[in-house]
Design a protein around this ligand. Sequence first.
Ligand code: AMP
Length: 273
Amino acid sequence: MSLRVINDIPELADVQGLTFVPTMGALHDGHLSLVRAGLEYGEPVVMSIYVNPTQFAPGEDFETYPRPVEVDLEKAEAAGASIVFLPDHEVMYPKEDLPVCPPLPAIATEPKLEDCFRPHFFTGVCTVVARLLDLVQPGRMIMGEKDYQQLRVLQEMVAADRNRWPEVQVLGSPTIREPDGLAMSSRNAYLAERDRERALGLVRAIEAARSQDDAGSAEARMCQVLEDHDLRVDYAVVRDADSLLPVTGSPSNHRALIAAHLDAVRLIDNQAL
Ligand code: AMP
């Protein structure tokens, strides 16, 4: 294969200013769409694959998270990636120089969305992405809108420290869905075929929110649809798409965001309204 696989830091010396797509692997078409979006800026595109332990809480699925590395490399190459950075734990978290988390932007603590239900999450994500940005030194990083608060947090993290990351742009790319509308996710592999109908509750809830006149009734309607699908709701809200804070006034720049549990599987989705 012509794909270049880099495992260690010295090999990154000539990789700078490129388009970067960080992932945790178990690649699906959502991840690959980010590579394709990156190719529009020209080759080469660098992808990273690393299952970051610090963004999982004890009891979450770090150990069981799927890691089909060989298949992932084939998919990355077929999508047009030129380089995959595939570090091990020692490279990402060297004992002698453990990476620290940059100051968390307000959007990582104030909305009370993922920050509330996964309180360790953005500390882990910001730590690992800051380290990846320092190592890869890309010109732009492409992330999915699927993880919308994560996208906004990383945009704010980078904007807050232009001395450290003077050049990098953090760009969002639309959510890729299964034919039935379910947002693609590596964790969909945990869903049994019979769960699929219930999992569609998220996308149906957001559709139902569209026909409501105000945020309050949209949120109530979303909760009802989620409960009808026997899903346990963490949040189902309408927020300002930039700040992710509760909305006031006319419905412009609003985004519906949902996190809900289908038994042991936690699903998230969001869409512009
Ligand atoms: P992950 O491997 O889950 O950490 O995701 C890596 C990147 O892929 C993140 O920027 C995600 O937002 C993005 N991503 C995951 N699922 C999708 C999807 N269905 N559509 C578009 N991007 C996605």
